[in-house]
Design a protein around this ligand. Structure first.
Ligand SMILES: C[S@@+](CC[C@H](N)C(=O)[O-])C[C@H]1O[C@@H](n2cnc3c(N)ncnc32)[C@H](O)[C@@H]1O
Length: 390
């Protein structure tokens, strides 16, 4: 038998807490002849049980109901659920700290933050010393700060060997151009890369073209190509970020953006690039969209991570309208455009993979190609030809 002070030491509770337990009927002291109350092992064990239940989120009253076999199982179920959520949250917080300390990969944290708070994520990366360009790259390509440099290097080695950095063909560019009600005289191309569309446009129309990208090596390559094709005077190249285009308002009849708008996000791009268009000016862009209502688990999981803002054609249409544009036409890129892209990508991987079979970037690119090959009917690249309405 224990006196109250001894029991308090065993169960690490104060005298007043024990008296409160007694008042609730959770323990029952026996008064001795000398007036002291003493408690049994059974009391001590009951308190241990209650402390465990409390750690699971039960209130003292609920613990009492449990001990008296009067607790509604629904209450236990609710507490169980809440505890599971708390543990999950704590696990995530732990993973974040581990990732920030370089003890583990930060990939999953980046991926989930990108989904729930994309702008805050980008800003946070910039506060960590990444330039906007690096932060956008990190956001879209690696998502793992600790493996970033090697990842970027490998990734770039693959793409450096390719002329086209996204799906499509010259015919697709020309097809979209034909859909414009009038030919532009001043055109701004955003995210031109090495000029897959730039060269086609410059040859097809008698327009002054300004093409921007933030990758100097791509702009260098395009400069060479423009010289070879005698198009240097028609196209001005600018190393500039699409997120902050320092060009005057209403300076273009048309904006062209092939396979690049995702970097900024469609809604954001529609809103912030609009000022660059003359009244009634056109914008042509293409974007990865869901085509099928029924989607495989593999494709859904892949794109939810890789392009969380992927939408259906109808959602994009209503976003276009909401942003103050009128949809003129739209079409889906066919298989040829995809093969044109992923077959050269695959060939490049086959050349590089044997040198670094464990490269994360190579593995990711291979996984992406597998998704294209197996599930292409479920998603696709959709061209949108729109007009600035107001
Ligand atoms: C998928 S590639 C498409 C390139 C080209 N349109 C093509 O089809 O080959 C995306 C392009 O966007 C460029 N880019 C990425 N972030 C950018 C940014 N913040 N500002 C300007 N260009 C950017 C990349 O350098 C790359 O050239």
């Amino acid at each position: 038998m224990y006196r109250i002070s001894e029991l308090g030491e065993i169960v690490r509770l104060s005298r007043s807490a024990l008296l409160y337990y007694e008042k609730l009927g959770l323990i029952k002291g026996q008064r001795q002849r000398n007036g002291y109350r003493v408690y049994s092992d059974e009391d001590a064990q009951r308190i241990c049980l209650i402390q465990n239940l409390q750690a699971g989120g039960l209130s003292l009253q609920e613990c009492k109901a449990f001990v008296d076999k009067k607790l509604d199982p629904c209450v236990l179920e609710k507490r169980y659920q809440r505890l599971s959520d708390d543990i999950e949250q704590k696990q995530q917080a732990k993973s974040l700290l581990a990732a920030l300390l370089g003890k583990s990969s930060s990939k999953s944290w980046h991926q989930s933050l990108m989904r729930i708070a994309p702008d805050a994520h980008l800003k946070w990366l910039q506060t960590q010393g990444y330039s906007e360009k690096e932060a956008l790259r990190l956001k879209w390509l690696s998502k793992d700060m600790n493996a970033h440099e090697q990842y970027m290097q490998d990734f770039f080695e693959v793409f450096d060997g390719l002329e086209r950095w996204g799906p499509g063909t010259d015919e697709d560019t020309l097809h979209a151009l034909k859909m414009l009600p009038s030919k532009p005289h001043n055109l701004l191309e955003i995210g031109c890369g090495k000029g897959a569309a730039t060269l086609v446009l410059a040859k097809a129309i008698d327009a002054q073209i300004t093409a921007i990208d933030n990758e100097p090596s791509a702009l260098d390559r395009l400069t060479e190509q423009l010289s070879v094709n005698g198009l240097k005077d028609q196209v001005s190249l600018l190393n500039m970020s699409m997120t902050d285009i320092a060009l005057p308002d209403e300076s273009f009849d048309a904006i062209w953006c092939e396979t690049s708008i995702y970097v900024m996000g469609v809604e954001k791009a529609l809103a912030s690039w609009k000022r660059l268009l003359k009244p009634g000016g056109f914008m042509v862009f293409n974007d990865l969209v869901w085509l099928a209502d029924k989607r495989s688990e593999a494709a859904t999981e892949f794109w939810t991570t890789e392009y969380p803002d992927m939408q259906t054609i109808d959602t994009r249409k209503s976003q276009i309208e909401k942003a103050g544009y009128e949809l003129i036409d739209t079409f889906t890129l066919d298989d040829k455009g995809w093969r044109n892209y992923y077959e050269s990508l695959e060939q490049r991987l086959a050349e590089l993979m044997p040198e670094r079979p464990k490269s994360e970037a190579f593995t990711d690119i291979a996984a992406e190609i597998a998704i294209y090959k197996n599930y292409l009917a479920e998603f696709g690249y959709q061209f949108f030809i729109v007009k600035k309405a107001k």
